[in-house]
Design a protein around this ligand. Sequence first.
Ligand code: FAD
Length: 284
Amino acid sequence: MKLSEIYKNNVKPIFSFEVFPPKNGNAESLFEELAKMNRQKPALISVTYGAGGSNRSTSLEIVKELKNHLKQPVMPHFTCVCSSKEYIEKYIQEIEELGITNILALRGDEPQEIDVCYRDFKSALDLIGYLKLHSELEFAVAAYPEKHPKAETFNDDIDVLLKKQELGAKVAYTQVFFENQSYYDFIELCQNKGVKIPIIPGIMPIISYNQLIKIVELSGTKIDSKVMQYFEKYKNSKEDTIKAGIEFASLQCEKLIRFGIKGIHFYTLNKAKSSVEVIKNITL
Ligand code: FAD
């Protein structure tokens, strides 16, 4: 099913799960987790594409396996940074030959050794411009409720999102955030500028305190000090942290649903339990 059909006129929020290709290439445990996720009937499963192209071939292998085994649509992420036009052409062709209909089109983060990069595609806009002309794929794009760290202003960022919409993006998935107000403010700015595509919030139920610290450090995601303290309290117990993460994400999602979102995209980190529990809590 294509993205435009998935998010067409849905009254209830649609759930989707993001997974990443296992580093050791062994998909067995991922499949066990996916079986648990699938009981919640997600609308789609998205598969990340390695930062800096570190696991391109595993990514395609996993996409192939998931496509063959899952009933749900599989949406590969794809980043164009540092890839040659020939490579991108070949990858897109392979994706289409698998019968994939949707892709999350991204620029990707530039690696440290930038001088060894191809510069054929400089931004996500170049990639989606290519997709529009040379493929039948429908594409989703990334959005940043707290601004992309490299963008100078929110205005610049939203102008880019608007261009992505004009080029045919069907939906945007957001970077993870923990403060709903960031999302509400972002949606208002987007609507004022004419962004009409669904902007699906990306939610990550916290499963470890160290992971939370890492996310905040790496992405600069805002988090209230009280929330930080709340998770710090449980940092020595994995079980309690997972419980607290489920509680926090459930509350976050309940409020987002009241706000009127069309879907929730779960950053699962390849673990089903927390996202599944959150869905159970909010759909009861
Ligand atoms: P673009 O749309 O080209 O840029 C995004 C915004 O950043 C623009 O609005 C622009 O204002 C600003 N910007 C970017 N670079 C600069 C710059 N140099 N100077 C000024 N402004 C700049 N990464 C992966 O490697 N693999 C994945 O699978 C993956 N999945 C993701 C899924 C989601 C839902 C999201 C939100 C992000 C994901 N990322 C992934 C991260 C993404 O690749 C990075 O955030 C990347 O830096 C920007 O990609 P983009 O497609 O948003 O780029």
